[in-house]
Design a protein around this ligand. Structure first.
Ligand SMILES: [Zn+2]
Length: 235
């Protein structure tokens, strides 16, 4: 295995742009992201689902925009999650009887090592709810690609702030991961059938007022490269 391939297996090495661009190219309009998280709150227990409404960025230098190269765009990201998709997921959790928390803050850390206790306790003091390594870039890029996006954060364990943290065995974590995967499948099966076909949210027009570069000054190369995303605004 070459070093660069190994790097690609790390959360920081995932090509988030390629993944979201590929989905956009396929015509995908909605993304439900499923990921394992650590809990920063006593009442968000292993096997619970959290539907974060906010993200907090603790990553370092990851590429998280499609723009640049002569075309600048500033999407609105104050509400980074599609409320419609999140609402359907909440209803799905209820229907298949999986304990669910609506809303919450997902802190996205760089990894791959987990937090120190000082970091974990600081995130708790800041009011963060769950911690993971992968969802923030996806959410930003999905917004730039005008795709509705919501995260289903499946709690695997308590982060290291919790007194029980050290007592958890690898087998227990794998058991929780497997049960979370089963729950996620049930939730998605229910949710996909009931996702509204009409999009009433603003995700589908996120770039409408975001492109600030003078249209006449956008280099043809940049236009061509990003045509899939911006073509409808540059015609
Ligand atoms: Zn939406």
């Amino acid at each position: 295995m070459s070093p660069s391939w190994r790097a690609r297996l790390m959360p920081s090495g995932i090509n988030y742009r390629a993944n979201i661009y590929g989905l956009k190219k396929l015509g995908v309009t909605h993304v439900i992201s499923v990921s394992a998280v650590g809990s920063l709150r006593e009442d968000m227990r292993p096997l619970d689902v959290v539907l974060p409404s906010q993200f907090f960025d603790r990553t370092d230098g990851r590429r998280s925009t499609f723009f640049g190269g002569g075309i600048a765009a500033h999407i609105s990201f104050a509400d980074p999650v599609c409320a419609t998709v999140s609402e359907v997921l909440a209803k799905a959790c209820e229907a298949v009887q999986v304990n669910c928390h609506r809303g919450g803050i997902y802190v996205c850390m760089e990894g791959p090592a987990f937090s120190t206790k000082a970091e974990s306790n600081t995130y708790r003091a800041w009011g963060m709810d769950v911690i993971g390594m992968t969802n923030l870039q996806e959410a930003k890029l999905a917004r730039e690609a005008e795709i509705c996006y919501a995260t289903m954060a499946m709690v695997t364990d308590y982060d290291c702030w919790h007194p029980d943290h050290d007592a958890v065995t690898v087998n227990q974590i794998i058991d929780y991961l497997n049960r979370n995967a089963e729950n996620a499948q049930k939730i998605i099966r229910w949710a996909v059938r009931r996702m509204p076909k009409e999009r009433t949210c603003k995700c589908g027009s996120a770039l409408e007022h975001a492109i600030i570069t003078d249209r006449k000054k956008i280099p043809p190369r940049a236009k061509k490269k990003l045509w899939l995303l911006v073509g409808k605004y540059l015609k």
